[in-house]
Design a protein around this ligand. Structure first.
Ligand code: PSU
Ligand code: MN
Length: 301
């Protein structure tokens, strides 16, 4: 085992016995939702995974340790501290670890740590991608690069249209990352079930998702896989309403000169402010939905 890695007793036993384990990220806790809903959601998601017969492994960097499996206290700590916790993507790990610091893991770093721990699947809300205007800013999330090089299946609800979804798909194609629609041919756009873009393949069962991932690994392709699971119909939002809020958020980010790692958290918080509690409710439900699908898929991996 990697010397920087620390597994909780529950996660350690599950991995040793070959039981299904689902990784979860922590930037969604610190930067993705407000307190206390972030902590409530993180704990509900863990429960949902247990109910499906799998073991949840929430991932974060705590005092320089790469942790898979957090205590309730650690989740509460990350949730309460919120954006004051360092948002840790791939490039942040060396310094945080060497200096025994804390970090909330993005999709990229959650994949890295899951893979080090031997966990094959990870559930979250939305992934990072190519930002609107990236042709001049070059703002492209490290999540996409990670998907191309780390063999972990990421179950999400698509990407928010704070991003340029078309360019995000182009980038993933170039990098050889399969984009799968779960029971859909449409790329879901987080709050909505459709985006106007198509996925590469539609797969309809957890068993078939697992088979595709297993084939990828058997061939030694060593890349990740992006499974996009549409938000349940009853929680999906009106596209005009949510897209107006997103356009407004993108405009304000530009006016205020927000850039670098602040961009995504700024946009997430703005969209939430502009739509009150509506988008937060949808967000919570889609994460739960992804956790359940990931747990069922983990059983077949
Ligand atoms: N998109 C969301 N919710 C999130 C994130 C993105 O809808 O919580 C978080 C995830 O942790 C993701 C990160 O990995 O933001 C991407 O940040 P960046 O664009 O700076 O790479
Ligand atoms: Mn960025």
């Amino acid at each position: 085992m990697n010397k920087h890695l620390e597994l909780s007793p529950e996660v350690k036993t599950a991995i040793e016995l070959g039981k299904p384990v689902v990784a979860l990220e922590s930037t969604i806790i610190s930067h993705g939702m407000p307190y206390p809903q972030n902590v409530e959601t993180a704990l509900m998601v863990e429960d949902a995974i247990r109910k499906e017969g799998a073991v949840p492994a929430t991932i974060a960097v705590i005092k320089g340790k790469l942790k898979a499996g957090l205590t309730k206290e650690e989740i509460e700590y990350l949730g309460k501290k919120g954006p004051a916790v360092t948002k840790a993507s791939r490039r942040d790990l060396p310094v945080l670890v060497a200096q025994n610091r804390d970090g909330a893991t993005t999709v990229a770093t959650t994949m890295i740590i899951a893979h080090l721990a031997g966990i094959k699947i990870f559930a979250t809300g939305g992934v990072g991608g190519v930002h609107r205007g990236a042709e001049t800013t070059m703002d492209i999330s490290a999540d996409l690069e990670e998907l191309s090089r780390t063999p972990v299946m990421v179950v999400c609800a698509g990407a928010k249209s704070i991003l340029d979804l078309g360019l995000t798909l182009e980038y993933l194609e170039t990098k050889g990352v399969p984009v799968i629609g779960y029971q859909t041919n449409e790329l879901p756009a987080f709050y909505t079930r459709v985006s106007g873009f198509k996925v590469d393949y539609r797969i309809d069962t957890p068993e078939d998702l697992a088979a595709a991932f297993n084939a990828q690994q058997e061939m030694g392709l060593n890349s990740g896989m992006l499974v996009t699971n549409p938000i349940p119909e009853e929680w999906s939002m009106d596209p005009d309403y949510i897209n107006q809020a997103i356009d407004q958020a993108v405009k304000e980010a530009k006016e205020q000169g927000i850039h670098g790692k602040e961009t995504t958290p700024f946009l997430l918080a703005k969209v939430k402010d502009l739509t009150g509690g509506d988008s937060l409710k949808a967000n919570i439900q889609l994460v739960l939905n992804n956790a359940r699908l990931a747990a069922r898929t983990a059983r077949s991996l």
